[in-house]
Design a protein around this ligand. Structure first.
Ligand code: ADP
Ligand code: ADP
Length: 232
């Protein structure tokens, strides 16, 4: 079964000067326990697809179901609750809260969801990403790779149905990128997590089980199998 499904999703951005069709009828799904990469040229709609599929933005046509719930049936507050409780996010710029330690950043989604914060659970999440020793550090004292590992622990702490990652390695060097990709791969292999990642990098996409290619807001190809990064 698909954890997230989209049918004929359309999204148009209107500015005073013109209108941009960012998504032009996208139908696809993200099967439970799989790692999907979304690729395509700049401006092809990758971020918009992620934003809509994650319930961060509303489409203006089509239908999106996340974890069994049709987003069209949810008012803003209910959509916020669904996002907080069922969706994890990883961003290119890490987006950790600079005033909080690694440990406090990881526990933040639990606090926002009104759930109990067990410090052993938070420590275990940091240990899984190799950051147990740096639990008390603020982001400014961590490397980019370390910040992204904390962000991954934060994304997983609520046990979301799906994790969306928008260019998670875009700001990292090759070594830190590989660590982050191995962590994402491990979440899928060891915990059956569903992961959807936007990337420009064929080497990153090669970690995924399948690759969707977008062009001009349309799904132009779907590769069901691992991408051979050498051949791109
Ligand atoms: P990608 O992630 O593949 O680079 P995006 O989803 O960011 O593509 O953008 C798709 C198209 O929508 C582009 O033409 C972009 O300029 C436009 N777009 C994205 N966000 C906005 C916005 N907030 N307002 C106006 N146009 C936007
Ligand atoms: P990575 O390649 O894994 O991102 P770096 O080479 O950037 O790691 O950093 C190596 C080490 O230096 C890290 O363990 C980190 O703790 C430390 N470090 C990196 N950036 C900073 C910084 N701005 N302030 C303090 N320590 C840092």
């Amino acid at each position: 079964p698909d954890v997230v499904r989209l049918w004929s999703v359309k999204k148009t951005y209107r500015t005073a000067a013109h209108e941009v069709i960012a998504l032009d009828g996208v139908t696809t799904g993200f099967p439970a326990g799989t790692f999907t990469a979304v690729m395509g040229p700049s401006g092809s709609g990758k971020s918009t697809l992620l934003q809509c599929a994650a319930g961060l933005d509303r489409p203006d046509g089509g239908k999106i179901v996340i974890d069994g719930t049709d987003l069209a049936t949810l008012k803003e507050t209910a959509l916020t609750v669904l996002r907080r409780e069922r969706v994890g996010f990883v961003f290119q710029a890490f987006n950790l809260v600079s005033a909080l330690t690694a440990e406090q950043n990881v526990s933040l989604p639990l606090r926002l969801a009104g759930r109990a914060v067990a410090s052993a659970e938070v420590r275990a999440a940091l240990a899984r990403v190799g950051m147990a020793e740096r639990a008390g550090h603020r982001p400014s004292r961590l490397s980019g790779g370390e910040q992204q590992r904390v962000a991954i622990a934060r994304a997983l702490i609520t046990r979301p149905a799906v994790v969306f990652a928008d260019e998670p390695t875009g700001a990292l060097d090759i070594k830190a990128s590989r660590e982050v990709l191995r962590l994402l791969r491990g979440m899928v292999d060891d915990q059956g997590q569903t992961v959807v990642m936007v990337t420009h990098d064929p080497v990153a996409a090669a970690y995924a089980d399948r690759v969707l290619f977008l062009a001009d807001g349309r799904l132009v190809e779907e590769l069901n199998g691992k991408l051979d990064a050498e051949s791109v």
